[in-house]
Design a binder for this molecule. Structure first.
Ligand SMILES: NC(=O)c1ccc[n+]([C@@H]2O[C@H](COP(=O)([O-])OP(=O)(O)OC[C@H]3O[C@@H](n4cnc5c(N)ncnc54)[C@H](OP(=O)(O)O)[C@@H]3O)[C@@H](O)[C@H]2O)c1
Length: 386
């Protein structure tokens, strides 16, 4: 029986992780959770899960309210609270389903404590992939991705040597605007961009999926997870999101992983530490599925943000932290109608040319970069708004 601490329990991945844990009660106990502002789920979970005793919320006022209501349980709040929660909640597995930079330090802390880290927060690897990999190498923590593409790649790689792989082909759905003319991108509203054709996800990743920043992040993620250079990782479009990724071997063989668009599959796979036979009962692929597949090449002219992946892997240092910070602020500004959709890439281009690049970085440099680039991006947004 493994004890699970779930960070980001109120989100899209978080709530699906709870479903998976409840479905596998003989294997997992939920011992702690963190939520941000959606604190409503806490009462319900306390009512139903006797072993759930550790909680972190974002705001102090919620913390004070819950501490008074449940004096025998342990409560924490804010960013420091997340780190205390990781240190004090009894756990074997930490699922990081936080969104954005906020997830980076919890990933670092989990690995410092040699936990099994099931990582949905891909931003952790974008911001500090080298630091995460160093912690894995020096300690005995483990990392399993919760991302459909990377689980697919891991499954395709079973029994194979990574040196025999010529290309990793990461599939993308293409998002809602794959067939829309580029000239019309300026008219895209948050409502249009939040309609993903195949996946139901949190708001930020849904926008990232429409701009292909999500695919850019996934290329970086694949590099750090599988130790493959950027020139061997390429996106390819499957509009149905049934093929979750492929690998092409040097001898010409292609392996692909097919399954429904259901994040509970990669969550299950990660919680069971990559055991291949854990997704039984979910599969529902029709016999004639293969007649219907059409793949498209990625359109780099329409979706130039993907190119940042390759630049990021060339530059390393604080490049990923800057890219992530600028993107987070721009996506938020777009969702709040402060900038137009096509302005996301325009401002991002400018930021990535002017931010202070540092080659050799430590964790504090990455925190500092995140702060500074957020401020810089907000200044650019103000300029565009005027
Ligand atoms: N959704 C998917 O299908 C999917 C697929 C693959 C990978 N991922 C990755 O998984 C991660 C989570 O995505 P998601 O779609 O599940 O996001 P989401 O639905 O927005 O959930 C994010 C979680 O983080 C919490 N949070 C946000 N800001 C916080 C803060 N300042 N302090 C404490 N907690 C905070 C939220 O709390 P509140 O909501 O309570 O404020 C929520 O629990 C992302 O890195 C994403 O790229 C997601």
């Amino acid at each position: 029986m493994k004890r699970v601490l779930l960070l980001g329990a109120s989100g899209s991945i978080g709530t699906q992780t709870i479903e998976v844990i409840l479905k596998n009660k003989d294997s997992f106990i939920l011992s702690g959770i963190s939520v941000g502002e959606r604190v409503e789920i806490i009462d319900e979970l306390i009512k139903n899960l006797a072993n759930l005793n550790y909680f972190c919320v974002k705001n102090e006022k919620d913390y004070l309210k819950f501490k008074e209501k449940y004096p025998k349980k342990h409560f924490y709040f804010g960013d420091d609270g997340l780190i205390k929660l990781i240190n004090e909640c009894p756990s074997d597995i930490i699922v990081n389903a936080l969104i954005g930079f906020i997830g980076f330090l919890p990933s670092v802390e989990s690995l410092k404590l040699n936990k099994i880290l099931c990582l949905s927060n891909k931003e952790s690897l974008v911001v500090g992939g080298d630091i995460i990999n160093k912690l894995l190498k020096e300690g005995h923590g483990k990392l399993y991705p919760i991302d459909s593409e990377h689980v697919a790649i891991a499954k395709c790689l079973y029994g194979k040597n990574i040196n025999d792989v010529e290309k990793i082909l990461i599939t993308a759905s293409g998002g809602p605007f794959f067939f829309l003319e580029k000239e019309k991108f300026k008219d895209i509203t948050p409502c249009d961009a939040l309609k993903h054709p195949t996946w139901s996800m949190g708001k930020k990743i849904t926008i990232d999926s429409s701009t292909m920043m999500n695919k850019c992040f996934e290329i970086i993620e694949a590099h750090y997870l599988f130790n493959v250079s950027g020139d061997k990782i390429e996106p390819i479009v499957d509009r149905k999101s049934h093929v979750h990724s492929m690998i092409k071997m040097k001898n010409g063989d292609i392996y692909l992983q097919v399954g429904p668009s259901d994040m509970k599959l990669p969550i299950t796979y990660a919680l069971f530490e990559g055991k291949p036979d854990t997704s039984e009962g979910f599969m529902d692929v029709e016999k004639n599925t293969f007649d219907k597949y059409t793949f498209y090449p990625m359109d780099y002219d329409k979706f130039p943000l993907i190119n940042y992946a390759y630049e990021c892997l060339k530059k390393n240092g604080n490049y990923g932290a800057a890219l992530n910070a600028a993107n987070e602020v721009l996506v938020d500004a777009f969702l709040n109608n402060k900038i137009k959709y096509n302005t996301i890439s325009e401002i991002l281009d400018k930021i990535m040319k002017v931010f202070s690049y540092i080659k050799e970085v430590n964790i504090n440099d990455l925190i500092e970069t995140d702060k500074k680039v957020r401020e810089l991006t907000k200044e650019y947004i103000e300029e565009y708004a005027n």
